[in-house]
Design a protein around this ligand. Structure first.
Ligand SMILES: [Zn+2]
Ligand SMILES: [Zn+2]
Ligand SMILES: [Zn+2]
Length: 237
């Protein structure tokens, strides 16, 4: 494994060492010149100016680390925060959730005031074109070209960039009662009616899938509202 394998969160590479008579690798079959110009896939490295990542061409052949991997960076990154506390009403003002490309959890979008039709349409257009991972902020995901178009919208619309893929679902996801409810609070997986666990106190509870309910059953539990029966997942209005 250590000799010729290269393991990263996003990929796993096996590359012969290229040394003649290696006892581990079999002999090269490709052209040695081409082989010697083959490098590891680079890790994501942000531009100094921030906002986006360096191109493959810039990084190929250079030494990179996983330091800047979006989902690894979250815990240490200085997050900007949203400038306000998440609430069910702020979630309702946007009425949209976005799914993390790594952990698959749905994250809630917030705004202190209700979005206009045009703003909602613009937001949908933006969301369709991005790959979101927990901890991202919309400002961070906006490319330079998009700055003009979207910067004003994202003064208003926020996603909580203090979250990471280990974070539970947000309570506002449930309490705004807009989104599909049978989602495990811990892992974000869909819960079947049968393995749903009602841990209610005063009519407030979270859903837990079978697996997670075992983990939390002895721990302290949070609380949220049991939302409506709406099963429709509204990603966009
Ligand atoms: Zn070798
Ligand atoms: Zn995630
Ligand atoms: Zn779960």
């Amino acid at each position: 494994m250590h000799h010729c394998c290269y393991s990263r969160h996003y990929f796993f590479e096996i590359r012969k060492c290229g040394v003649e008579n290696c006892e581990i690798c079999s002999p090269l079959r490709s052209d040695p010149e081409i082989f010697n110009n083959m490098h590891h896939l680079p890790d994501p490295v942000p531009k100094l100016s921030g906002g986006s990542y360096k191109t493959f061409e810039e990084l190929y052949g250079t030494e990179t680390t996983e330091e800047f991997r979006p989902s690894a960076q979250k815990q240490t990154k200085e997050s900007q925060g949203m400038g306000f506390s998440p609430s069910a009403q702020y979630a309702k003002n946007v009425g949209t959730v976005i799914q993390c490309g790594e952990c698959d959890k749905w994250r809630v979008l917030y705004s202190k005031s209700k979005l206009s039709y045009e703003e909602s349409a613009k937001l949908s257009r933006f969301l369709d074109g991005i790959q979101y991972i927990c901890g991202d902020s919309f400002d961070g995901l906006t490319s330079e070209i998009q700055q003009n178009e979207f910067s004003e919208l994202f003064l208003k619309v926020k996603v909580n960039d203090k979250l990471n893929c280990q974070s539970n679902m947000e309570t506002s996801y449930y309490s705004c009662r807009l989104f599909e409810n049978e989602i495990c609070f811990i892992c974000g997986e869909q819960c079947n009616q049968e393995d749903m666990l009602n841990l209610s106190t005063d009519n407030e509870f979270y859903y837990y899938c079978d697996e997670c309910s075992e983990k939390v059953s002895k721990k302290k539990r949070g609380k949220t509202f049991f939302g409506s029966n709406s099963r429709k997942k509204q990603r966009n209005i």
